[in-house]
Design a protein around this ligand. Structure first.
Ligand SMILES: *Cc1c(COP(=O)(O)O)cnc(C)c1O
Length: 483
């Protein structure tokens, strides 16, 4: 067939939408999926085929006889419809097995929820709840009351407030306490958080003017003192949580800042970022994020995230002196940054776990992962290596290597936690290709690329995910006969 003629013949045999919908394969799809989605997929598949025929992409069709064209199209296109429908209807938010070794990975949703929190979310979401109803009086209640009492009994503070995330907590606090006024902060503490949002820019949106003092690596108490004016409303301490300046550094301690604040009758606020109720010193981790210690330093207002080391849902927690928090609660901005019932349900049940510390260590995934012994991780890693080695021996070198996991989520950047990784070094394929294929699994598997190998750190892989991981890795070989 000459080219032009061939295209015309092919186009003539292209089925219509209705014919495509009547094939048994697509008819089955119609029973399972909404008609509008299937019909749209059929139109898209036909349109794509038509475009391909009009360009030169139809090489494989040249070999077909005219009489077999229609059945070829019907079969090929109905499968394409199935693929498009599947693409359209599967969830975009997918489960991921985190083998990066970063416990609080912001791109992977930070803290996984405890079983108790998962159940609470399910219960709160599946029906009505007393979100703003006082069941004792039958009158309108405050949604925060459910949680604030828990927080003030866990930490010796006068008052507590919960908002959507810690950035919102800082915004609300600064807007309430320092709008149109000055806030003094160390230049070395103006941190950048993920997604290219800079915390100082969020702070400026509060309407407060940031007065930066000191040099990036050194700030003395006298730098703060010299910056205090009639306009000063607040002294701000920010935990430099996602980077650390090492070497010739000087930071003013919180205690010093608090005494300066008392001297000038100025409140002191600490943005902790990753607050934790438990002293983690015995794990060899630093303790600067210990909320009770910050409270003991005499700070007036503390803010931190719910989904960092606390191990709960995304939320911003504000603790401190009642007068300041009452004002925040009356601020119209509070309405814009309040939490929904699902967050409150997850947070409440996470907080309840902290009343029984052994229970918290066991049940809160972030704490459990932090405390895992290297030997326990090694045991799981051995299982993976033993299962994979015989299957993949011609395709990749599989080994077990010591490595370091990290807390992540802006907490304790300089802290390396000893861990164990399953390391995969493919013989015939680029490691980036292997990584891409693992990302496309369900659940997706995310590891770390290092020295031409894929490192799967098992500290962050949950016990019940190990089998899934093994199966997914074995399948890598089956898909196309090569690794
Ligand atoms: C993480 C962090 C924030 C932002 O908290 P989100 O809960 O992500 O909004 C603000 N300040 C510090 C110091 C942080 O570490």
């Amino acid at each position: 067939m000459e080219k032009e003629n061939q295209t015309a013949i092919c186009l003539r045999h292209l089925p219509g939408v209705d014919e495509l919908l009547r094939t048994s394969y697509v008819a089955n799809l119609l029973r399972e999926y909404p008609r509008a989605i299937v019909v749209r997929a059929a139109r898209t598949a036909l349109e794509k085929q038509r475009t391909a025929l009009l360009s030169t992409e139809s090489m494989d069709i040249e070999a077909l006889s005219e009489s077999s064209l229609r059945s070829y199209f019907l079969q090929h296109l109905s499968q394409e419809v199935g693929r498009l429908v599947w693409q359209q209807t599967r969830s975009n938010l997918k489960k991921v097995i985190n083998a990066t070794g970063i416990i609080l990975h912001t791109n992977l949703g930070r803290a996984p929820l405890s079983k108790a929190a998962q159940k609470a979310v399910q219960a709160a979401g599946s029906g009505y709840c007393n979100l703003e109803l006082d069941l004792n009086t039958g009158r309108r209640g405050s949604r925060g009351d459910l949680i604030e009492g828990l927080l003030t009994s866990l930490v010796p503070v006068e008052a507590a407030l919960v908002v959507n995330n810690n950035a919102a907590a800082v915004l609300l606090a600064l807007n309430t306490m320092a709008r149109s006024k000055e806030v003094i902060v160390s230049r070395g503490q103006l941190v950048e958080i993920g997604g290219s949002f800079r915390m100082p820019e969020v702070m400026r949106q509060s309407g407060a003017r940031l007065v930066e003092v000191g040099a990036t690596n050194r700030t003395y108490l006298d730098d703060y003192r010299a910056a205090i004016t009639e306009q000063t409303a607040l002294l701000l301490h920010v935990h430099t949580s996602n980077y650390k300046i090492i070497g010739f550094t000087q930071e003013t301690s919180l205690e010093e800042l608090v005494s300066l604040g008392r001297e000038y009758h100025l409140p002191v606020m600490s943005d902790l970022g990753s607050g934790c109720f438990i002293d983690l010193a015995f794990l060899g981790l630093n303790t600067e994020i210990n909320v009770p210690e910050i409270v003991a330093a005499g700070v007036d207002v503390i803010t931190f995230s719910g989904d960092k080391l606390l191990g709960g849902p995304q939320a911003g927690i504000i603790l401190g002196k009642r007068d300041y928090l009452v004002k925040m609660k009356k601020n119209p901005l509070f309405r814009a940054v309040r939490c929904d019932k699902l967050t409150l349900a997850a947070l409440e049940s996470t907080l309840r776990l902290y009343f029984d510390l052994p229970e918290a260590w066991k049940e809160i995934p972030v704490l459990r992962m932090l405390r895992l012994k290297k030997e326990e991780i090694e045991e799981g890693a051995k299982k993976v290596v033993d299962a994979l080695k015989p299957v993949l021996k011609d395709y990749a070198r599989i080994s077990l290597e010591p490595t370091y996991a990290q807390v992540g989520g802006g907490a304790m950047p300089a802290t390396n936690i000893p861990s164990v990784a399953v390391v995969i070094q493919p013989f015939h394929q680029k490691v980036t290709e292997v990584a891409a294929r693992l990302r496309n699994k369900e659940p997706a598997i995310i590891g770390r690329l290092q020295e031409e190998s894929l490192w799967l750190d098992l500290r962050t892989v949950q016990k019940e995910e190990t089998e899934l991981l093994i199966e997914a890795l074995k399948e890598l070989k089956n898909e196309n006969g090569k690794f």
